[in-house]
Design a protein around this ligand. Sequence first.
Ligand code: UFG
Length: 333
Amino acid sequence: MTSLSVLVAGGCGYIGTHMVKALLAAGHRVVTVDNLSTGHRELLPGGRLVEGDIGDPALLERVLAGERFDAAMHFAAAIEVGESVQAPLKYYRNNVAATLTLVEALVRHGVDKLIFSSSAAVYGEPETTPIREDHPCRPTSPYGHTKRMVETILADCARAHGLRSMALRYFNAAGADPSGALGERHHPESHLIPLVLEVAAGRRERIAIFGTRHPTPDGTCVRDYIHVNDLAAAHLLALEALAGGAPSTAYNLGNSRGHSVREVIEAARRVTGRPIPAVEAPPRPGDPAILVAASDKARRELGWRPACETLPAIIASAWKWHGAPRPGEPQFQ
Ligand code: UFG
């Protein structure tokens, strides 16, 4: 593909940093806009960083007036399902209102291709599994609603303004770049694999298993873990498809394999060689028992083939990041 100029909103976050690395490796030019509320400046692999908020129309005007962009990718969002129930207005402000400002600016400046980070949360409690893209979208959290609302806004903008977009519905993003230089760093951390590996690294005492009586083979929740670099690869293919004239659509991104919480902990024990104490805890409100993607649409239409599919390989890549000593921290025995 010819080299494109890509505006990346949220390029300093977990998925954003891996994406910027992949875009640069593919020969594209990147400008990241990030307010650094949760992102990390020092992890941005390259390109130009504009520090600021996508909800700030004047900032976007400066960025878009100063350079012609072929496409945009939008990772800048608040991502905690539980927090979204407690603080819905934060989610509607960050994820919907700020996205509107971004989309208005893109339309104003004739940027006609957008890749949007959507989520399995748009489906709510699944009626059938694996979940296909035509499964009804009935989000059960404000977070899920915000992602679905943006999908609707983007579908309308394709018709009215010719802004073609792909909504990529991530299942459970996990793992880290094999270089060991990038990885997941949320404050506070709430995701299973980073928490399990923080226990393995000795930074936490134990992992709590949220619910052991779910209707699953071992009673714990089942999720579809997908490597962050496989997500980035899907974005590159989606970009290529949009550049080739593909219409707006949505794709599930997952491995189509479900793993329970107990399986994740067991796999992490094997990968790290550490004991990883676990305790049973009450279920987390709102957690669906099983979330597994049917991802054949992305495989068929985009030619997407995840390269790091197995749970041990995903955990091993994450361990390279979480298992590395941090400055000022005592070394392992
Ligand atoms: N879990 C535990 N203990 C923990 C943390 C998590 O047992 O300490 C369990 C959860 O209950 C869940 C599974 O591990 O069953 C995975 O939990 P994560 O928090 O890692 O991920 P979620 O499946 O809750 O959330 C992910 C994304 C969200 C997205 C959602 C779709 O992180 O952004 O999938 O519903 F919205």
